[in-house]
Design a protein around this ligand. Structure first.
Ligand SMILES: [Fe+2]
Ligand SMILES: [Fe+2]
Length: 262
């Protein structure tokens, strides 16, 4: 199964510091996915869908994703609003199956999706409380042999980019690692929030963050460094999921000429 991942769209009506509207960045990312020689089976969008969680921003999201002409699944990030997200996508029943959180299982694919809500209303950081950890443990126990991908906005590891770690997954991280460690059928843990590509083993499973479709967080591991974003090329990831042999491709959005060698 081929799963494309885009993340951290931060849709709003104001242009970013580069003068480009986030909706235009999304349009370019969607064009890149549409132009792939191998069409993804599914697109997952791992949070920070909008900047302010406002209805008109979710309208931008609907319009932008409609151009995919591919199935997609959504999870919220810290910039999202649970109620507004549900209201904007009433046909996505999975967004409402849990009253407290937007978390769900999707069994409709050769790879089982387990979408976990790491958000804390009104806060930038993430948390996995006892209820969410128990939900995860129960869902994973249901299908111990099914190839599975976990979706979550805040990554379950420290990144070394200190201002982002300060708003990282601050609760439940060790318990999360213990839970996934017992499940060798988890092929990947797919995350957003960090606005650049990173990988880390968590409980023996590879967890990856994904570039933003808009701006990237500056790669600066100096502990005292302030948080800074840069307009490095936006990107996405393509996860070629095969049990035990999953490959993650990092890709950039934009037009680049091909060079052919005889
Ligand atoms: Fe973000
Ligand atoms: Fe975020």
């Amino acid at each position: 199964m081929l799963i494309a991942q885009i993340t951290d769209l931060h849709l709003q009506h104001q242009p970013g510091p580069d003068g480009i509207l986030p909706a235009e960045h999304l349009r370019q990312a969607v064009d890149s996915l549409r132009q792939l020689p191998t069409r993804p089976d599914l697109v997952v969008v791992t949070g920070d869908l909008t900047e302010h969680g406002a209805p008109d921003e979710y309208a931008l999201l609907r319009a932008g994703l409609a151009r995919l002409e591919m199935p997609y699944r959504l999870i919220p990030g810290n910039h999202d609003h649970t109620g507004q997200l549900r209201a904007a996508f009433p046909e996505l029943a999975e967004l409402g199956v849990d009253a407290r959180f937007i978390q769900y299982v999707d069994d409709a694919w050769p790879v089982r999706l387990v979408a976990l809500d790491t958000t804390v209303p009104g806060k930038g950081h993430g948390a996995l409380c006892a209820a969410r950890l128990q939900w995860l443990a129960d869902r994973l126990a249901e299908a111990p042999a099914a190839p599975t991908v976990v979706l979550m906005h805040h990554p379950p590891f420290e990144t070394g980019i200190h201002p982002m770690d300060a708003i990282g997954l601050l609760e439940g991280r060790d318990e999360f690692a213990r839970i996934v460690a017992g499940h060798h059928n988890i092929e990947r843990i797919l995350c957003g929030h960090l606005h650049r590509t990173m990988m880390c083993q968590v409980g023996g499973v590879l967890a990856c963050t994904c570039p933003s479709t808009v701006q990237q967080i500056q790669l600066n591991l100096v502990p005292s460094a302030p948080l800074a974003a840069r307009f490095e090329p936006p990107g996405y990831q393509l996860h070629w999921v095969r049990p035990g042999r999953t490959v993650t491709h990092h890709a950039v959005v934009g037009h680049y000429d091909s060079v052919y060698y005889a």
